[in-house]
Ligand binder design. Structure first.
Ligand SMILES: O=C(O)C[C@H](O)C(=O)O
Ligand code: SF4
Length: 516
């Protein structure tokens, strides 16, 4: 095979997957958008999401800054050399990382060192299988960490919150799936897609669940029981009211695909792979002699380019036609300014903010801050950054990361350094809520996955500290303009996340009765 050409084809596949959502996913997102009434938080979030999809198309830049753990599934004709193919894929991955199409995401689990090129022990994942056909089928999924953390595996029989007993039958499986959507709340950047694997052991069950994410959103399950189950879940999961980003709303789930394999008598696993709206998976058919792409997969049917939606959003933003109050903030922020904010307010930020995520929060819990954070804003974000020839940094993608991971540290750090606002996504817990009240702080929810939209709000990179933690984990000093987020936890003890969790649990309990 022409291996240079094959490497080029793999590079194309990687770039396309990271920057362009497949057609079936776009249609599902458009349908969700059409269901939300205008002016609501969910409608505003979906408008930002569709705008972001269009920006990623135009900029050929990552849809979301978390480009995940690249996972390749490859089927080859007998005799194809898998060793050289693997090497070419790794080189294509390193090149795409260098070009800012992938974030350096491969981290040594013991030392925390980022390899910088996405290559390392176990990354990327490349799985081969042989088949009788005469072409190579390569599929790629870039599934980010936030939604991966919301995967869940049930061992039946089980006692489920809100739903009671789930037994070893189709109805027990139904309960697990409904519960999996509930437990994800908005933290996996809902509205999401789920792949479900019934049976197997813990490993093959999860494998099967992930495999389902390679199915087309609008296919029909050939197994009659599973078809009914998928339809049931799609009909009812949205009644949980979790909505986009967990803001409450009409659409919580965009797709549900279920597969089944045999199990052994003692084990009965239901494994769920949760994928965010930024459902980046594509595939190509490759000629095994020339290494060229014969055709692209998931490209049937209508394409939605979201150009009209982007236009409409520009008009809405201009007239600020939202049912919420819009407040402009610029750091340093005073306690009085924070105390005025209420859950539901839309905040537009100008001026400085500092990124800080997992490594920084751990570091700040027992070190001094490299700069004064008094009155400042911390952004839970691990951006994609590129350095130009003059050594100047540029932001290529910069959406929020899941905030709940910082729950053990956040409140103490805000109090100790005088931080007034944190921006992230998915909300935080009771410890942080209490600290916000005591200290006078606010939690702002940005739209998860909207990495192009937020990169555009960042006007310059003014500096960086703690680079030893690697690009996603360093503390970037960012100057922003018109950076929009929603107050979802205020200094008066209110939390939209807590409210949505409570109401969705009540709604979940409605699905307790046997259906199958
Ligand atoms: O690592 C990130 O940038 C985000 C992550 O995918 C998340 O959803 O929390
Ligand atoms: S930030 Fe959200 S959209 Fe991006 S990978 Fe994480 S879960 Fe997905």
């Amino acid at each position: 095979m022409n291996i240079e050409k094959f490497q080029e084809s793999m590079y194309q596949l990687i770039v396309e997957t990271s920057t362009k959502l497949p057609k079936d996913v776009r249609r599902a997102i458009r349908a969700a958008k059409e269901k939300e009434s205008s002016g609501t938080r969910s409608a505003m979030s979906l408008a930002t999401i569709t705008n972001n999809i269009k920006m990623a198309d135009d900029n050929v830049s990552p849809i979301c800054q978390d480009t995940g753990l690249p996972t390749f599934k490859i089927k080859t004709p007998v005799g194809a050399n898998q060793i050289v193919m693997k090497k070419a894929i790794k080189e294509a991955i390193a090149q795409a990382t260098k070009d800012g199409k992938l974030r350096p995401n491969s981290v040594d689990s013991l030392t925390g060192d980022n390899s910088g090129d996405n290559l390392g022990e176990g990354t990327p994942v490349i799985k081969f299988e042989q088949w009788e056909k005469d072409y190579i089928d390569v599929r790629l999924i870039l599934k980010g960490g936030g939604c991966e953390n919301k995967n869940i595996q049930y061992s039946l029989p089980a006692e489920l919150e809100g739903l009671g007993r789930a037994g070893r039958d189709l109805d027990g499986i139904r309960k697990c799936i409904m519960h999996s959507v509930y437990q994800a709340q908005g933290q996996g950047c809902s509205a999401g897609f789920i792949g479900v694997g019934i049976g197997g052991d813990r490993t093959s069950g999860y494998e099967l669940a992930k495999e389902q994410l390679f199915r087309s959103v609008d296919d029909v399950n050939p197994n009659e029981d599973l078809r009914k189950l998928e339809e049931y879940v799609m009909d009812h999961a949205n009644e949980l009211g979790i909505g986009t980003m967990g803001f409450g709303g009409e659409t919580t789930l965009l797709g549900c695909k279920v597969g089944v394999i045999n199990r052994i008598p003692a084990s009965f696993f239901v494994s769920v792979a949760y994928n965010c709206w930024a459902y980046r998976r594509l595939g190509v058919e490759v000629n095994p002699e020339t290494g060229e792409i014969n055709s692209w997969m998931y490209q049937e049917g209508e394409n939605v380019d979201f150009a009209a939606e982007q236009e409409a959003q520009a008009q809405t933003a201009a007239s600020q036609e939202t049912e919420n109050r819009v407040v402009t903030l610029e750091a340093p922020i005073t306690e009085e300014q924070i105390r005025e904010l209420q859950v539901g307010d839309v905040v537009k930020i100008n001026g400085m903010m500092y990124t800080g995520r997992d490594a920084i929060h751990k570091y700040l819990s027992d070190h001094d801050a490299p700069i004064s954070l008094d009155g400042q804003i911390i952004y839970h974000c691990g951006p994609v950054m590129l350095k130009d020839e003059e050594g100047k940094w540029h932001v290529k993608a910069a959406g929020p990361t899941t905030s709940i991971r910082e729950e053990p540290y956040q409140g103490d750090i805000m109090k100790r350094f005088g931080i007034r606002a944190v921006i992230g996504k998915g909300g935080m817990g009771l410890k942080t809520l209490a600290a916000l009240k005591e200290h006078g702080g606010v939690y702002l929810n940005a739209i998860g996955g909207a990495a192009q939209y937020y990169a555009d709000c960042i006007k310059s990179v003014e500096g960086v500290d703690l680079m030893q933690f690697g690009i996603p984990e360093a503390m970037w000093h960012l100057k922003v303009e018109g950076f929009t987020a929603v107050v979802t936890m205020d200094s008066h003890g209110n939390s939209l996340h807590q409210d949505v969790e409570k109401s969705s649990l009540e709604k979940l309990a409605k699905f307790k009765e046997r259906v199958f």
